[in-house]
Write a protein that binds this ligand. Structure first.
Ligand code: C6P
Length: 413
């Protein structure tokens, strides 16, 4: 029996939209708590993929024929849906990518072609996913720029006083996530962007974990770049978005060369297309872009405020149940402002062993370092067990996880 939320979130109706949730694994009802890794897809999204291939599949921007026009129109209409969703000013500030990692690499690679130089400083934080560390390290190696790291406190929050100390006239870029995937910390990015701008630095926000759970307004935040992945936003894999301010994107050289991104090619000289095509070389993930807009429409129909409030309720219920059930449980990351992610350790049991038992009892969690090894180094651990909730999860599922953890604890402690 699914418990309805006290705020009357339409959970029963929502769950009907996700066919994959209604199955058993190893004879137990599936509980999917690995949403931070990749979320499940509503039927409208799944259907839209087959509609695209059944009805309008064709290459875009280059055909005069009917199907190509249809596909181009749908792809560009989807770009406009994404623009509205992020409240970007112009639709050519929306660049389609393969995902968050691709968006960050695009910016790092482009800025690395002379816009970031030896002696410049790039600020990242100890909370970052490897995708928001390694591309900057590679850029530093190539350019002679220096990487600086904003430290965290014991609750897993960025230490703002340390951040301010690191800012200087040398700071060229701040690259920080909106929400930490490993611990769920929500960072005060609006204030951080404002402070970085006081020193003339550009700011890239890794929005992989925020866009699925909260409304994002890039103009209100004044972010220079904001990037996310479709597959965490209830859309397809292999597609994502990089928002960039027009004046920066105009100034930046292309990331990759090829078809689509040119104005004219000759062996003597090639000129590049304008935005957004300058950054979209080759045939893109056309179905992915179109269907991502369907996922955005779906989420907006439910409402991101309602989603955020419901997920917050799950976070508090889950945290309270875990703490009261297991005296030897340690939560890693207890930020005051936190998204629906609980990372924890059960006594001194290895997270992997717990994950394997939970799986056999139908509960899908992620174990390990979550591609955020610097966080694990901070806490002196190798990894955690991570339960990450989405709006189709329920308190009854949390109860099923607690029962499964109880079994694991009895077997392994
Ligand atoms: N985090 C997780 O289980 P891609 O792979 O490009 O879609 O997203 C990379 C990425 C970047 N930043 C953050 C904050 C992320 O959480 C992720 C993906 C997954 O936490 C897979 S490691």
């Amino acid at each position: 029996m699914i418990k309805e939320s006290v705020q009357a979130f339409p959970i029963s109706k929502v769950r009907q939209d996700f066919p994959i949730l209604h199955q058993e694994v190893y004879g137990k009802p599936l509980v999917y708590f690995d949403n931070a890794a990749s979320s499940q897809k509503p039927k409208v999204v799944i259907d839209a993929i087959s509609d695209y291939y059944n009805q309008i599949n064709s290459n875009i921007h280059r055909g005069v024929h009917f199907l190509s026009q249809q596909a181009t129109d749908a792809y560009e209409a989807a770009r406009e849906t994404i623009r509205k969703h992020l409240n970007a000013e112009k639709s050519h500030e929306i660049i389609y990518t393969k995902g968050t990692t691709d968006g960050i690499n695009l910016v790092a690679s482009s800025l690395g072609q002379g816009l970031i130089k030896s002696g410049d400083e790039i600020l990242v934080s100890q909370l970052e996913h490897h995708s928001n560390i390694v591309p900057w390290q590679m850029l530093c190696e190539r350019s002679g720029a220096v990487l600086k790291v904003i430290p965290i406190n014991e609750r897993g929050e960025l230490i703002q006083a340390e951040f301010e100390k690191l800012l200087s006239a040398k700071t060229k870029l701040l690259a920080v996530n909106h929400i930490s995937n490993a611990m769920g910390t929500i960072n005060p990015i609006k204030e951080m962007i404002q402070k970085a701008h006081e020193y003339g630095a550009w700011v890239l926000i890794d929005g992989a974990q925020s866009v699925p759970h909260m409304a994002v307004d890039v103009q209100d935040l004044d972010a220079d770049f904001y990037t996310f992945s479709g597959h965490k936003l209830f859309g397809p894999t292999g597609v994502g978005v990089l928002y960039g301010k027009e004046k920066l994107l105009e100034m930046m050289p292309p990331y990759q060369g090829g078809g689509e991104m040119i104005a004219e090619v000759s062996f003597e000289k090639t000129t590049y297309a304008g935005l957004p095509h300058k950054f979209e070389a080759g045939t893109p993930n056309i179905a992915g872009g179109i269907v991502l807009a369907k996922a955005i429409d779906y989420v907006n129909q439910i409402g991101l405020d309602a989603i955020g409030a419901y997920e917050n309720e799950l976070l508090h219920y889950g945290t309270q149940r875990l703490k009261s059930q297991f005296p030897d449980l340690r939560i890693i990351g207890e930020a005051e402002n936190k998204a629906s992610v609980i990372s924890f350790l059960l006594g001194d049991i290895h997270p992997y062993d717990v994950g394997v038992i939970l799986d056999k009892l139908g509960v899908a969690v992620r174990t390990g370092h979550h591609c955020a090894q610097p966080i694990m180094q901070h806490y002196g651990i190798n990894g955690t067990i991570r339960a990450s909730f989405a709006f189709y999860n329920t308190k009854s599922e949390i109860d099923q996880m607690i029962d499964a953890l109880d079994r694991a604890h009895n077997m392994l402690a």
